[in-house]
Design a protein around this ligand. Sequence first.
Ligand code: SF4
Length: 349
Amino acid sequence: MSPVDGSELVKKNIKAEAMRLGFSLCGFTNAEPPADFYRYEAWLLQGCQAGMDYLNSERHREQRHDPTRLMPGVKTIVSLGWRYPLRRPDQLNQADLFQIAGYVTDTDYHLFLPQRMQLLSQILHNELGNEVEINVYTDSAPILERELAVRAGLGWIGKNSCLISPKFGSAFLLAEIYLDVEIFPDLPFAGEHCGNCRRCMDACPTQCIQSDRTIDSRKCISYLTIEHKGEIPLSLHSSIGNWLFGCDVCQMVCPWNQKLSMFDPRSILKDLSVEETIELLQLDKVQFADRFRQSAIFRAKWKGLLRNALIVLGNSRNPLASTSIEDFADHVSDPDLGIMARAILNNFS
Ligand code: SF4
């Protein structure tokens, strides 16, 4: 099958609509298996997926390797980037302020990005006909997103493992549209622009960035405070510093994220004070759900967020925090959190 008539015009129209809907990046590629799938396999072999065992399942590996295993008949993939705000490097390690990763804006992106993707797929139907099969994915299927984005011409994979756009930096959520018609692909992004820089590798508090541009999740603060279930070893607590949920250090220090244009004015980032974080310790499960159901923080669940709050409060060495952790240890119903609170108090000096 040859590319659809007017491929270039369809692409131009879709890219313009994507920008109108708020996306900052949009590119087209084919559905060939990503050439650097081997890096993913090597990453799994090292156990860098930590507790995310599903990443090593046969289905996940097959669908990441071959897009046609996710959607039979797919011929074109549209790669999209949605910007989120990032703090500046001078906002790292602020005393008595606890940080939440930039992607966690007021509303969980799972609740608003799919609607925009559906609007875009409707426009694709208008351009290409209703018989065209279109599937949209927003972090909802096994896809080697960054590799496809490079192939769609959107940027390169930096040493911090993020996709970096020379125009907008790296603070992106990526999303994809799979189509069963062939559209001329864009030219892949040529080269990489990290050069000799290694600021992200040096700045990472746990040194979890590996030389092959992958992350060892077992040490990654983002993984530990969001995806990891259960306790976090005491030996890692001090590295977590003031990151209450997620971590952006490797992006905040990157020179490609320092231009004013990188800071998306659509969202305001809010850090939590000691008092606000102590309030989190007082939430019960129902109150937690009421407050965070619409937020990505919901993913950590009640126990995970309170675990994180205990860690950052312990790291703060703030006397108010000490009293609150002690009170929490005396009253919490969850025995794991109680033990953890006591262990943190024992380390408090
Ligand atoms: Fe590349 Fe430097 Fe940015 Fe790391 S901080 S991703 S090495 S440019």
